[in-house]
Design a binder for this molecule. Structure first.
Ligand SMILES: [Zn+2]
Ligand SMILES: [Zn+2]
Length: 87
């Protein structure tokens, strides 16, 4: 088993309550949190970390001309820049 095999392997990430799950080969950014329990997604109970704010960049949609925000860490797109914990 070489390095390429390890890098291409998907691993299973889950939040504390189990509501939010993700498969990833590279880890899940700490700005990705569960809507229910607000924890980050981790490989196991020992690995939960303090959530980080999204890293929003403003963009303009080339098709619609609408402004939007795009998180450079989790690639989430939003109509406005928000942080975890904000309503
Ligand atoms: Zn959860
Ligand atoms: Zn993000």
């Amino acid at each position: 088993m070489g390095k390429a095999f390890v890098l291409s392997r998907f691993r299973f990430y889950e939040c504390m309550c189990g509501e939010t799950k993700a498969f990833s080969t590279m880890g899940v950014p700490l700005c990705v949190t569960c809507d229910e329990c607000r924890s980050t997604l981790a490989l196991g109970p020992e690995e939960y970390q303090v959530p980080e704010p999204h890293d929003w960049e403003s963009h303009v949609d080339q098709t619609t001309g609408e402004a939007y925000y795009f998180c450079t860490k989790c690639l989430r797109r939003s109509a406005f820049a928000w942080r975890e914990g904000q309503a």
